[in-house]
Design a protein around this ligand. Structure first.
Ligand code: DGY
Length: 416
């Protein structure tokens, strides 16, 4: 019996708040969107009923326009900022007003394959399709095939160096007082800086003033990045949605989704930069490439069957970044300006990012590199516990502890 698996399951029990799982106690006391999707994949391995509940509870937060918000505030808590009074959204249950990477339908497909419960899968499929359409209408109104983020939190990689240039243009003034709670739970050196928070909240104030209307936000957004990681995840979501549509005989849906998938596939390929050996995002305000060296540039492995040459170049680059590290894969290239191995998304290794990369490496025939990354992730967790993320130099577990998605990732990686 693997005691780490028992511990992983215990963490999910501890973080259960009634059919949904908080990422970790106190630091993140609500339901987060992509956290829950990863957690549902963990549950799908041993408790499919609970996995369905996780996704069903997330959908309670879905807006009439299709968006599934990044936080659903099912119950009040005073250990987190910014809470519902800052977001000022209108849904029946309080939610945030922005979204997060669409891992939801990737989880739903795995869950359906494990449980085969069409009655429970179908309503979630409908919710996923509505959200998928929202992504393309609200976040790619010009039909480029790449979807844009209007807030760094939507990427899930909140303070990544990828946002430094674009975020510097966002004012640090806020209408809402910034009263951080996160640094009361976790060492401030491991969190975004105060200046980042002022910009994060400036964006929230701006979009709240637009009444959260997607068209008005698109027009007013001071931060607008056609983002490669989210778009690559959306394409994988699109593949899984198309698979479910065909399975359920929804041929019209399947054709619609297939067209979107193809458009996005082509658009991602245009973002390949041979000189960098990475894919890049595009800043829609400056019109420039986002060249910061972060993990996002490798995530297209997940959803494209790449030419051998491109896949090999990505893998060589990943190896170069990982050389001499205790734990791969660093979310920022070690040693560059902006690299901070303990500060959240500015360098640390994250189990869920590794999970996406491992799936992508396998898809593209790099099974050895996938296995190496899998082993690195598993040993980091076994040595340090289910931390939010890991310092790639020392291997130290950092950020919040008893973290739900690290537990889910561990279970999944032990099965893979
Ligand atoms: C936070 O509060 O740090 C979250 O990542 C935002 O979603």
């Amino acid at each position: 019996m693997n005691t780490h698996i028992d511990e992983a399951k215990r963490i999910l029990v501890t973080n259960d708040r009634g059919g949904y799982t908080v990422p970790t106690d106190r630091l993140y006391p609500f339901q987060w969107n992509w956290d829950s999707a990863f957690v549902a994949m963990g549950f799908a391995l041993y408790d499919t009923d609970r996995a369905y509940r996780e996704l069903e509870r997330l959908v309670e937060g879905q807006w009439a326009d299709g968006m599934i918000p990044h936080i659903v505030f099912h119950q009040p808590s005073d250990t987190y900022f910014p809470g519902p009074s800052v977001w000022r959204t209108k849904h029946t249950i309080p939610t945030s007003g922005i979204t997060q990477p669409p891992v939801f339908v990737i989880a739903l497909r795995k869950l359906h394959e494990a449980a085969g419960n069409k009655d429970r899968t179908l309503p979630l499929y409908e919710a996923a399709l509505k959200w998928h359409r929202w992504w393309y209408s609200a976040r790619d109104p010009e039909g480029t095939g790449l979807v844009a983020l209007l807030h760094p939190w939507e990427s899930g990689s909140d303070n990544s160096p990828a946002w430094d240039v674009a975020l510097a243009r966002v004012p640090t003034t806020t209408d809402t007082p910034v009263v951080r709670k996160d640094t009361g739970h976790v060492n401030a050196e491991m969190r975004p800086r105060d200046e980042d928070y002022r910009r994060f909240i400036h964006l929230v104030d701006t979009y709240a003033a637009c009444g959260w209307d997607p068209a008005r936000q698109w027009e007013k957004a001071p931060f607008k990045i056609a983002e490669i990681q989210t778009t690559a995840i959306l394409l994988k979501a699109g593949e899984d949605l198309e698979y479910l549509a065909r399975l359920f005989g929804r041929t019209e849906d399947a054709a619609e989704i297939a067209t979107l998938n193809e458009r996005t596939r082509q658009a991602i390929l245009v973002q390949w930069r041979p000189a960098l050996s990475r894919f890049v995002s595009r800043d829609l305000i400056s019109g420039e490439d986002v060249e910061a060296a972060t993990q996002a540039g490798f995530i297209p492995l997940l959803s494209l069957d790449l030419d051998r040459q491109i896949a090999d170049a990505l893998v060589d680059e990943m190896k170069a970044w990982s050389e001499g590290l205790k734990v791969a894969f660093p979310t920022t290239k070690p040693g560059i300006a902006g690299w901070e191995p303990k500060r959240y998304w500015r360098g640390p290794a994250w189990a869920i990012i590794n999970w996406l990369l491992i799936d992508g490496l396998k898809r593209n025939g790099h099974t050895e590199a996938a296995e190496e990354l899998r082993r690195s992730t598993v040993s980091a967790i076994e040595a340090e516990g289910f931390a939010e993320y890991f310092d790639p130099i020392t291997g130290e577990g950092c950020g919040g502890l008893g973290f739900s998605w690290t537990a889910a990732a561990y279970m999944w990686l032990m099965k893979a």
